[in-house]
Design a protein around this ligand. Structure first.
Ligand code: ZN
Length: 324
């Protein structure tokens, strides 16, 4: 993703109310009780709701990072792709691939988008996406446990859970984009290779109109997870998801405070007028460093993000049906 000048710098401001609340707590007993209430509400799922298992998600991350650095076009990235296809197949889905050659500052690079479809009652599609390449760094070993092992792993778990449920209202596509990361300095030409190609192909086949909404996941697993709404994302879709999170008591993770502006794989869809949201925590201390390793991730937080996404789906389906 691209941040830098696009971050609005609300990070520190947004954290103030929480630390203020904790410091005014009267006794350790009270804070323990408050903590218990928080833990017992957020992340819980209603009885009819399928369950995301955060430990399963971490196991997928473990497998992905075990392949080592895996930038687009690398041998390791092929292995990560094989793992994703194998896991989608185990979930009873049929993985599809889209190979293409991208022209990058590193020369021509072969990339592969991977996706699977879960057919619903309606042909209207909700895309759930994550990039599965790790950024190329030559001077240190970068495995990208959070960026973007966390979201790829969570997407595998979401796909598994949903494929075991009764036929959904909307059709779901689980899409793993290659080449999200730039090879050189981030620019509109050097980034988002996979998502730009995916949208281009859909347009070519006249299928872009089938997509009703896109939910993009990126860097969703850190222990200190605070996700703020992204200003590029479609307002009704962001609000619906943050509202779902608030109803579940998950305002510590899906923060109502502050905003960020992130360039990510949702942009090519937004440019075509498709509703899209980026669920991303850009305030990650280990972003694009050798320390972006699995010990920085939290099974509980991955489970929260997965549960909020799952609980939002029926309402999103209802909203996009009206566009038919
Ligand atoms: Zn990145």
């Amino acid at each position: 993703m691209g941040v830098g000048k696009f971050s609005t710098g609300f990070e520190n401001f947004a954290k103030l109310p929480l630390s203020g609340t904790l410091s005014t707590m009267k006794s350790p007993l009270f804070s323990l009780a408050a903590l218990f209430i928080l833990l017992s509400t957020c992340g819980g799922t209603s009885a009819d709701q399928p369950q995301i298992d955060g430990e399963n998600v971490l196991r997928h991350v473990e497998r992905i990072v075990a392949y080592g650095p895996h930038p687009a076009g690398s041998e390791n990235q092929k292995k990560v792709g094989e793992y994703i296809k194998e896991q989608l197949t185990l979930s009873g889905l049929l993985p599809m691939t889209q190979s293409f050659e991208a022209v990058t500052p590193e020369g021509k690079v072969q990339m592969v988008n991977i996706w699977a479809e879960l057919r619903g009652k309606s042909n209207r599609v909700i895309v759930m996406g994550s990039h599965y390449d790790s950024k190329l760094f030559r001077d240190f070993r970068f495995v990208g446990a959070n960026d973007s092992g966390s979201s790829s792993a969570l997407l595998l778990e979401i796909a598994k859970v949903l494929s075991r449920q009764k036929t959904p209202d909307s059709t779901f596509w689980f899409v793993f984009f290659d080449g999200e990361e730039s090879f050189g300095e981030w620019s509109s030409a050097d980034s988002l290779y996979g998502s730009r190609h995916f949208v281009h192909e859909l347009k070519k086949r006249g299928e872009i109109g089938t997509i009703g909404a896109v939910i993009l996941l990126d860097m969703v697993g850190e222990k200190d997870l605070v996700i703020r709404q992204d200003t590029f994302s479609t307002p009704w879709l962001s609000q619906l998801i943050w509202m779902t999170a608030a109803e579940k008591g998950c305002v510590d993770v899906f923060s109502p405070a502050g905003a960020v502006s992130v360039q990510d794989d949702h942009l090519p869809f937004l440019e075509e007028g498709i509703a899209a949201v980026d669920i991303i925590d850009i305030d990650y201390a280990y972003w694009h460093t050798a320390e972006d390793t699995i010990d920085k991730l939290s099974a509980g937080n991955l489970q929260i993000v997965g549960s909020v996404v799952l609980e939002s789906l029926s309402e999103i389906s209802r909203r996009i049906k009206g566009d038919d």
